[in-house]
Design a protein around this ligand. Structure first.
Ligand code: SAH
Length: 263
């Protein structure tokens, strides 16, 4: 079951696997012109920054992983970033990465459940939500919270795996990757609007991100012997790579990036 505790255990125990297979940015890459994975991951962040258009001083990064994005934003935009992660292990890695990158004073990390977090009113210019909302049981409530914590004129960035829970493949991806539900772009758009934000942009990037999983699959294949020695959770995760890839190839799983503004 995709409970907050299960999500915490997943990221605590798989931090090493994520790092080995993909690095400290644990989101899809945006592949253009034969990009390698590291370049594609940064390109995704850069693309989202440019889609947001404006960048204020205070950023809330909900589901901040190992802090890869927080470090990038602190350096590139000079902003202050508060990262939330449910995983203690990730919190440790994110703080370590921020300090090593010389932006420790601009980045704060809180280990907390984002669905229970006390979001301060009108405190942030940007709420960055990259591939974390999939894990939330009450996404509608989350977008209300995002709206509440944004300053007027502030912006939400959302990137998410998308799909209809009517598809058995999508349900299987959701089950394996601890997502209570995956949503379609339309569900996200209407929930963001219902939360009080105005959707400014919505893009389908499925075709440009799918290569992420082709590369992970190749890496898993190459490390097949070593994978056999990993604990069951890690082996299950690796087995899930091909399930995702197939769902993308069939066009049932997708990837959306959206921005929205608080009026
Ligand atoms: N945004 C990061 C990490 C994406 S992985 C990146 O782009 O690299 C998903 C992240 O969401 C993980 O950091 C996980 O700990 C976090 N997450 C999932 N459910 C959460 C919850 N309920 N509260 C806080 N963080 C959560």
């Amino acid at each position: 079951m995709a409970t907050p505790d299960a999500v915490r255990r997943h990221y605590d125990s798989l931090a090493f696997v994520y790092r080995t297979f993909w690095g400290d940015h644990i989101h899809h890459g945006l592949f253009v012109d034969g990009d390698g994975p590291a370049r594609a991951q940064l390109r995704m962040v850069e693309h989202c920054v440019s889609l947001l258009g404006t960048f204020g001083r205070d950023v809330l990064d909900v589901g901040c992983g190992h802090g890869g994005t927080a470090v990038y934003l602190a350096k590139r935009c000079g902003c202050r970033v508060l990262g939330i992660t449910i995983s203690e292990k990730q919190g440790y890695l994110a703080r370590e990465n921020a300090t090593e990158a010389g932006v420790g004073s601009q980045i704060g990390i809180v280990v907390a459940d984002a669905e229970r977090f006390a979001y301060p009113r009108e405190r942030f210019d940007v709420v960055w939500t990259m591939e974390s909302s999939e894990h939330f049981a009450d996404k509608g409530r989350y977008f209300q919270n995002a709206s509440h914590t944004l300053r007027p004129g502030g912006r939400l960035l959302l990137s998410a795996w998308t799909g209809s829970m009517r598809s058995a493949r999508v349900r299987e991806v959701a089950r394996r990757f601890l997502c209570p539900q995956l949503w379609t772009s339309e569900q996200y758009e209407s929930s963001i609007a219902a939360g009080g934000l105005r959707v400014r942009a919505s893009e389908d990037l499925s075709r440009s991100v799918m290569r992420t999983w082709e590369i992970c699959s190749q890496r898993a294949q190459a490390a097949k012997m070593a994978v056999q020695l990993l604990p069951t959770t890690a082996r299950d995760f690796v087995a899930g790579i091909d399930v995702i890839l197939e769902a993308y190839r069939k066009g049932e799983l997708g990837y959306a990036v959206m921005t929205a503004e608080k009026p």
